[in-house]
Design a protein around this ligand. Sequence first.
Ligand SMILES: *Cc1c(COP(=O)(O)O)cnc(C)c1O
Length: 476
Amino acid sequence: MSDVSGSELRALMAHVPSVEKLMASVEFAALIGEYGRTQVLSAVREALDTWRAGAQSGDASVSALDVAQLKSSVEAALRQRNESRLRSVFNLTGTVLHTNLGRALLPDEAVQAVMKALTQPANLEFDLGTGKRGDRDDLIDDLICELTGAEAATVVNNNAAAVLLTLSALAPKKEVIVSRGELVEIGGAFRIPDIMSRAGAKLREVGTTNRTHLKDYDEAIGPQTALLMKVHASNYAISGFTKEVGLNEIAPLARARGLAVAVDLGSGTLVDLSQWGLPREPTVRETVEAGADLVTFSGDKLLGGPQAGLIVGRRDLIAKIKKHPLKRALRVGKLTLAALEPVLQLYRAPEKLSERLTTLRLLTRPADDIRLAAERVQPALQRTFGERYAVTAEPMFSQIGSGALPVDVLPSYGLVVRMADGKRGGRQLLALEKMLREMARPVIGRIADDALRLDLRCLEAADEAQLIEQLKGARA
Ligand SMILES: *Cc1c(COP(=O)(O)O)cnc(C)c1O
């Protein structure tokens, strides 16, 4: 690299206006108005440093400083820096409750409630009847009990917190009996044995991976036993020579021995999903009725609400849980409570639920409806990718996600992109996947079987229009 001569450099540098002058110029007034002086000043300094470094290294593209150019590079830097890192994407993965994409989408009722809670003071912990301090759980526990048939309820940050708190409050230094077939890892580092030790409880494993019998539980009960626990296997299934002991057998055993049973239901649905043709999951109410003393479940899985962990069950046990110091650390904020209440209220009109509850609407969306969307988006995607690729609308299967049945179960439709010449095109397809992911609103699909697959189940009308618009401006 040839350095510019000393005199050339001095000449270039001599033309650089001072930072003060730049900041006072009309070019920068609008930027200062928008971003404030502090940020603009440091961005200007950075841009000048870059220019100087370029001039010194003899970069041929560097000429005398152009203020308009400097302004546009400062503006671009400021815009990029202030862009939110949490971006809206198009979830075309086919997984409706996608943990990495934020799980449940909330209905408008919840959005409105959150907006109010954000901008107006509220009786979060204030009893409007007495004018005294209240309990934030009071805002929601009646509703949860009404929908689950439980005596009492409390809400914490997520289901992992619900399990941690339950074990911490009810089994410190004592044993909790769990079947070896239920010692699951949920992903993102939630593992039952780890949570157990963090909670200060001792895991007492019984049975084997594939078979556990009632007598295994019975024989493990001793003076150290605090709790019997069942964990929903969520994200895996074992088949073949298997035996699991149902709650209907464990609950009477626990009762006879003066112990409680806790069930980590994972997704925890409040309604029988089979009425919409979805796979059957035990409801929270059925679990309570079958004799669970405590049930924990997530707010943002099948329930379709905000991230939260709900704990329902016996009044005395819930009271003990609420008194534990960890409850304070794991409690939910007002935004969560604001969002959860209207979502739960939707369950009071179960006949309207598949229309009103976003998660259920997406899960029950008819494949024919999705097919029509695929046919509408197909031309735009074909145009974007060009003739080297073949974009076709095809049937496919979506997943529920978040541990509710780890298999493809929902007949869906989507766009499949392959090489037009029938070759495999591994690298080209990866490039297309990346291109979609780097769009203004990233499009998240997946590559499988030598094709890029975009499941359109989660692309509802407004998003569909936005996606088509975005594709118009893009070319592969
Ligand atoms: C998902 C799940 C959890 C963790 O719930 P989060 O709300 O993600 O904390 C715990 N247990 C089971 C069985 C689950 O399916």
